[in-house]
Design a protein around this ligand. Structure first.
Ligand code: FES
Length: 574
């Protein structure tokens, strides 16, 4: 390891190393905790940012992992300090953890800025924690390594493998159709989440932790290790050792993050059949590095990248199988011709060097380029008079017959309206209808994962399992179906989705990337004239701040004041 900086150049030197009143206070308060000068003097101070909580179920192993990271920091001659940060938990936070991603990013950026921190290990995994932590690290631009939580073990029920989310939706439909009873449902509840770790399908968590690794922010191989595997503990300790070296090497996020590294991430996302949510997060993360990602780039890369990971919801297997098949390194090696291999990683080596020795051990899980799960990537971007700034669909998780479809709209004004009427036997709906949900976008509702609208019960009983559904909301990465999502601009701020009425004809044409509302411009203008904005949902607090500053989905739902700009100055210490 080549040291590029002297101990006097450590950021923490301004807190601990000077001969002044404030430094006296800082040193004496470190000693208050039982440390001596040998523990911290002249050493990189490493923040271990821990998103553990009793309600952060995917991170329930993080108290142990934090100790294992500390072990590595001590081994390498650093001074570890654990900093708790807001756990943005997918399961429990309402109306949607999406609202709180930016709050986590702000919190962590300021935690790092306002305190004597030289480098950070960021502990996350549950969906929004990955982009939230990385957005903070990119803006702060301190040496940082992401420690992914790792997926939980496969679910199990009566000898069948269960996948997070995907099998919940599947069996919930069977329960609503009357095909399984309360006993089976309760057994599934006991078997679907049976270890620490994040969702083990290719949902948003698995996608975003993979993105962190492709971007070089996590150590090579880290994102595929199951949370409870002993290799996960060793990886945590390695994060601790490596971050100390990275501080001395002065290796920072923006040294790694380039247009090419984000294009690598998009290509890997497509090859994985990753979550549609990754689009929003990658746009926001790139923005923090001063890189503008247009939605059209996702579509271009999707069209040229085969999907080779055979993982649910687009495929058959789960993340545990992916790990045994060789994990992300093996997948990246397999698709090497689609990647810029000279991109740097936090290991200090290039992506190409890090995947050179990787092998595929289970070709049924990580397919070859000549035998892909799908010839194109897992995401398509749609445009049209219903989504002037774009919308997103995951064709690999849809029934192919619906990818070119016209039908009459059945419109729900918001989720409460949908919940009240969707199973009404009198609802005018058939299998060719297009279900439309309004007011589920960033300002309207915090953009929850409402986009996989339920199929009406009376159609479930007839055997219908997929329909075209359109909303400005998101969809869980574990979900499936012909769901058009992220319609931008959203209906709450007057996007064309707000103007759709029952019976309007909507045409979806995924091969042509088109989403069209069959109404004349005159009729649309007349409806717009009559449209009145809804009352704001929040009059105070974070909700009001969020609604005033959040951008639309195509811009990453970033706050308009948080993107790249002039660097924030280091705090004065007086
Ligand atoms: Fe945490 Fe799915 S609930 S990753």
């Amino acid at each position: 390891m080549a040291r590029k900086i002297h101990p006097d150049q450590l950021r923490s030197h301004r807190w601990f190393g000077l001969d002044d009143l404030r430094s006296f206070t800082h040193r004496s308060r470190a000693k208050q905790m039982g440390y001596s000068a040998q523990d911290f003097a002249g050493k990189p101070v490493i923040a271990i940012v821990n998103t553990w909580s009793d309600l952060s179920t995917c991170h329930s192993h993080f108290r142990t992992r934090a100790e294992e990271v500390k072990r590595g920091v001590w081994q390498a001659g650093g001074f570890p300090v654990e900093l708790p940060a807001m756990p943005v938990t997918e399961t429990y936070m309402k109306p949607s953890p999406m609202m709180y991603r930016n709050l986590l990013a702000m919190e962590v950026e300021e935690l790092l800025r306002s305190q004597p921190i030289d480098g950070a290990v960021l502990m996350g995994g549950c969906d929004k924690t990955t982009p939230g932590l990385l957005m903070a690290a990119i803006s702060m631009n301190l040496p940082a390594i992401y420690m992914p939580a790792g997926p939980m073990l496969r679910g199990n029920w009566n000898g069948q493998v269960l996948g997070s989310g995907s099998d919940v939706w599947k069996y919930w439909d069977e329960k609503r159709a009357g095909n399984i009873g309360d006993c089976e449902w309760s057994e599934i509840e006991n078997g679907i989440a049976r270890s620490p770790g994040h969702c083990m399908t290719m949902g948003t968590a698995s996608t975003m932790t993979a993105m962190s690794e492709v971007l070089g922010m996590a150590l090579p191989g880290a994102s595929s290790i199951p949370a409870v595997d002993a290799n996960h503990s060793r990886m945590a300790t390695q994060c601790g050792r490596r971050i100390v070296e990275a501080v001395w090497e002065d290796l920072k996020p923006r040294d790694l993050l380039t247009e090419a590294s984000f294009e690598n991430a998009i290509a890997a996302d497509m090859a994985l059949g990753g979550s549609t949510n990754a689009i929003i997060h990658l746009v926001a993360m790139a923005g923090r590095a001063g890189i503008k990602l247009d939605l059209s780039k996702f579509d271009q890369i999707s069209q040229r990248t085969p999907m080779i990971a055979n993982i649910r919801p687009s495929g058959e297997y789960l993340m545990e199988d992916f790990y045994y098949a060789g994990g992300l390194r093996a997948l990246l090696k397999q698709m090497g011709e689609f990647l810029s291999l000279d991109c740097l990683t936090m290991s200090g080596k290039t992506l190409g060097e890090e995947i050179e020795t990787a092998q595929v051990f289970k070709p049924e899980v990580i397919r070859s380029l000549s035998n892909p799960v799908s010839a194109q990537g897992g995401t398509a971007i749609l445009y049209g008079n219903l989504a002037p700034n774009g919308a997103v669909i995951k064709p690999t998780a849809a029934e192919p017959r619906l990818l070119q479809h016209s039908g009459r709209a059945v419109v729900f004004a918001d989720y409460n309206d949908l919940a009240a009427r969707i199973d009404d036997e009198a609802l005018t709906v058939d299998e060719d209808s297009v279900l439309v949900l309004q007011n589920g976008g960033p300002v309207g509702a915090g953009m929850p994962e409402w986009g996989m609208l339920p199929i009406p019960k009376k159609l479930l009983r007839k055997g219908v399992r997929d329909m075209v559904r359109i909303s400005d909301a998101r969809m869980s990465g574990t979900a499936y179906g012909t769901c058009v999502l992220h319609v931008s601009p959203e209906s709450f701020v007057g996007g064309p989705l707000a103007l759709v009425r029952d019976g309007d004809i909507i045409e979806l044409d995924v091969p042509r990337r088109a989403l069209h509302l069959h109404l004349s411009d005159v009729e649309l203008a007349s409806r717009r004239e009559k449209w009145r904005p809804p009352l704001p949902r929040y009059n105070r607090g974070f909700g009001a701040l969020y609604a005033a500053h959040v951008t639309q989905a195509d811009q990453g739902c970033e706050f308009d004041f948080l993107g790249a700009g002039a660097a924030t100055p280091e705090p004065e210490i007086h």
